[in-house]
Design a protein around this ligand. Sequence first.
Ligand SMILES: *Cc1c(COP(=O)(O)O)cnc(C)c1O
Length: 335
Amino acid sequence: MGVIQPLQLGRYPTPVRRCGPADAHGGELWIKDDGGTAPIYGGNKVRKLEYVLAAARARGARRIVTVGAGGSHHVLATTLYARATGMATAAVLWPQPWSTHAEETLRAALGAGLEPFAVGSRAAAPFAVACVLSRGDYFVPPGGSSRTGALGYLAAVRELAQQIRSREAPEPDAIVVPFGSGGTAAGILAGVVREGLKSRVLAVDVAIGWAAGVALVLALARGAVRADGGAATVRLLARRITVERRYLGAGYGYPTTVGTRATEHARALGLSLDPTYTAKTFAAALDLARQSPEQVVLYWHTLSTRPLEPLLADAPSALPLALARLLPVVTTARS
Ligand SMILES: *Cc1c(COP(=O)(O)O)cnc(C)c1O
């Protein structure tokens, strides 16, 4: 694989700052805020897509084919930025619990020109993808989490290391990040090792069963380190990451009571969270800061802070009937 020249979709560096007053959490909690990575739609998918879409374009792709849950941020981000790069997007989608946010995300993707293919379960997705794929397509795995996508977060840690050198932030003892499809955690792990930071990565599982667990993250991280011209053994990488599974609750997209409490705490600090990814992850970061007041904990914020309203202007005002089953209303809420 040759060296990929990433597209310029975002605006960097993203801010790093202390998260609220020093004593608000019992320990020192910092935030690396990727909410506003790009003007029309931010969050963590932008950094991954800069590499993934560059690779697709280098292959001469005309259409991206990808997969995700009904309200996938990855599918929306891919549809928007592939279009900006001159490519169409099709996605195989499976059900997730309904929420206003999930429904708006799907409607915004449709408004941006997404070609949707609904399936009844995640297990049915690979077969559907095989049926959809044709010449000129470029397949992007869940969440954009290939080793190419992980390079976006390797670069993000390089950016953070520069901010640490220029004394905008202290070197974190722990970096707390969601673990969905794993590309973000893998890229951060790869970056920490490449930059020689002392930080360990706490990857908060928000989607058990999506990825083959820590093995996938380690493989992606090693691939990213290699693609960046370095070398790291799986054993060395494994020592720097912990997967935290206690915040998942009933599963992907199901809110938890500790997540809801963390969301209220965050709101008081001017930070808006979602129930699927950031509420559970911020809850873990808060607990770590409270339990280890002597440590610097850095919470990496991955949720787009850009309003969806402008994107909904071009969207259907309600979901087409065939897609409504992608977002079933469920009432389970367990901690
Ligand atoms: C997709 C997403 C994640 C998960 O990132 P992965 O690289 O898939 O693990 C975390 N937070 C938000 C807000 C996301 O949209």
